[in-house]
Write a protein that binds this ligand. Sequence first.
Ligand SMILES: Cc1ncc(COP(=O)(O)O)c(C=O)c1O
Length: 406
Amino acid sequence: MNQQQQITRQTFDDVMAPNYAPAAMIPVRGEGSRVWDQQGKEYIDFAGGIAVNCLGHCHPALVGALQQQGNQLWHVSNVYTNEPALALAQQLIDATFAEKVFFANSGAEANEAALKLARRYALERHGEGKDQIIACNHGFHGRTFFTVSVGGQAAYSDGFGPKPGAIDHIDYNDLAALEQAMSERTCAVIIEPLQGEGGVIPASDEYLRGIRELCDKHNALLIFDEVQTGVGRTGHLFAYMDSPVVPDILTSAKSLGGGFPIAAMLTSSEIAASLKVGTHGSTYGGNPLACAVASAVLKEVNTPAMMANVKDLESYIRTRLDAMNEKYQVFAEVRGKGALLGAVMNDAYQGRARDFLTAAVAEGLMMLVAGPNVLRFAPALNISPAELEQGMDALERAVAKVSASS
Ligand SMILES: Cc1ncc(COP(=O)(O)O)c(C=O)c1O
């Protein structure tokens, strides 16, 4: 028996902290948008490691970049800089509004950096008292104590003692509420241009335009959390590029490494200047292995052909979901953009998104939910038509089963 056969799902319960409840099957191999479990069963992957594997599994360009860097230089910390980090920063700057980059290892860390920077910038520019951070109910920004407190679900931040202060929440897409909450005390507004975990809810252009205007009026920074929407997922390199506004700070993670942990905070030179030597840092941030992989990701993703594929896959998924819904009447609507879509349960299926996910796994399809009422799709941007069709066929079987048993 090899080691893999001895490790089972029971091992998780034996050795891991119980804060996750992983599926019964254990994936052991992936290629493109296909994954195989310990028993050799094949799955189509519409989950992508929670909107991370933007180029699927084991993409040759990413494997190549990792192998090449792995044979050259693994890690030096930020006591030294390194070539892959500088090359990646330049790529990000060339492709976006940004003039400066800070690297981290996760979305939460990138947001932590953004929030700390906003507070420091406000302090330096405007003095004490300009410390209010405004965020949205049902927003999600990570699990560090600062980011989870800024996130809009008290259930995730309650029970850990006193929370960081000067954080206020308003409803998403409610410009009047933001207008009321903002004042000269506001140092930053942080927003997902399309709420992911909160239920795959897009922000309207009008709302984003209004936020930008209010931030300018009150000398507050606008932070776009593009951890989930970034790196091609919405059919644009970053979601802000298809909106009427440009943020002051943008955070990216998830797809940036295509499965290798890396995150980035992008901003202007003027704002970045507040992160003086010693104000913030990370041992692993800007690690050469991660940066080499992310460079390869950007090269593959930031092309018209890839963005066209994202638009095609969106229209295929929507067409198939509409057809399924005609037959089975389960969804109230399909929302989202590009390769980040949510099928919202109708009245008859309230709270049952997970039943569809469980049925999908049995049919050979890995999916996500976003709350109890939304079945979430986050496939690889380069998923092939055959993989996509196989996945939607599996979903249709799952939908038929759930509706038959209801
Ligand atoms: C919008 C958004 N921000 C931040 C995070 C946190 O990222 P990480 O889990 O890499 O810390 C997530 C994760 O789901 C996210 O969707």
